[in-house]
Design a binder for this molecule. Sequence first.
Ligand code: SAM
Ligand code: SF4
Length: 356
Amino acid sequence: MDNLLVKETLTRDELSFLISLEGVERDYFLKSVGNKYVETLGKKVYFRGLVEFSNYCTKDCYYCGIRKSNNHSERYDIDDQAIIEAAIFAHENKYGSLVLQSGERSDTTFTSRITNLLKAIKKATNGELGITISLGEQSEEVYREWFEAGAHRYLLRIESSNKELYYKIHPEDEKHNFETRINCLKTLQKIGYQTGTGVMIGLPLQSYEQLADDLLFFKDMNIDMVGMGPFIEHTETPLYAHKDILWPLQRRFDVSLNMIAALRLLMPDINIAAATALQAIDPMGREKALRYGANVIMPNITPTLHRKDYTLYENKPCTDEGAEDCSNCLSIRVEMAGREIGYSEWGDSKHYFKRQ
Ligand code: SAM
Ligand code: SF4
């Protein structure tokens, strides 16, 4: 094991081995990565205030509770003023950055609205707030327009880098095309975004080898940021039919932490987010991720009224807390994890500046 902790790079077999670790060996691995990462990257953790502003979606991913065919989902779209107020809240509370996320839409009413919203947020926060967006697949023109309007990071998870598995969790049609998703990531990089991707962990029939390939995919694609976490089933989705063959929730959680630690070894200078889904399984899930390699956390600052409707999976955390409750409890938790908060800092991916 010790030789894997200092190797320049890791093979598929070595990564699969690390991802599958259990018991005392796993404890040793996680703690060693945690210590090594503090020595090289420091203790800083960065906040991104997350606003899940709309759950309208034109896509039908088989795993997601807000997919367009879920007629039981209560749809909402938060008005621009409330989104700008959430951005001001993030700025005043020294969060450094904001993440705007929603279901996927590509109509011009939506895309122009986002352009204007980005400009308004920049103005309202004196250009001081970093802006990440996560609004799905769009044309190059739209990505460019949003970049010029002030967004500088983009999150678009590949969900699984294994094409066969990708089509088990998405309809096989033009709207859910694997190559299009990869091309979107390349376009985002070309435009100049700090580009983030990620996968779900514990999907039906997913193997450790496929997860190892996901990590190698991030490296091959020269990705700047990764957000990955456990898959959690939702009753109103097609994947729910496979609930009996899923790993137990605790295993999905443990493997997610192993993935984060293994990725930190493989890509020491990228940003890694402690995904919200970790907290749906373990109340201290995100803080544990911060101990073992993650350096970004995304407090949910969506106006409380609508939080319960952004239900991607069951038992989604923090759906009934106000933004302030969330930020107070988070700062204590980050400190308990032995990390320091980089208040008011954008906390950009160091990797991004090296690949420019
Ligand atoms: N619509 C955009 C997209 O798909 O890129 C952004 C919003 S989407 C809800 C954000 C992420 O939620 C997805 O990339 C997916 O990985 C995650 N997600 C959706 N359903 C999930 C589930 N059942 N369990 C865990 N994560 C889920
Ligand atoms: Fe829509 Fe994103 Fe959910 Fe897919 S994952 S259904 S694109 S919100």
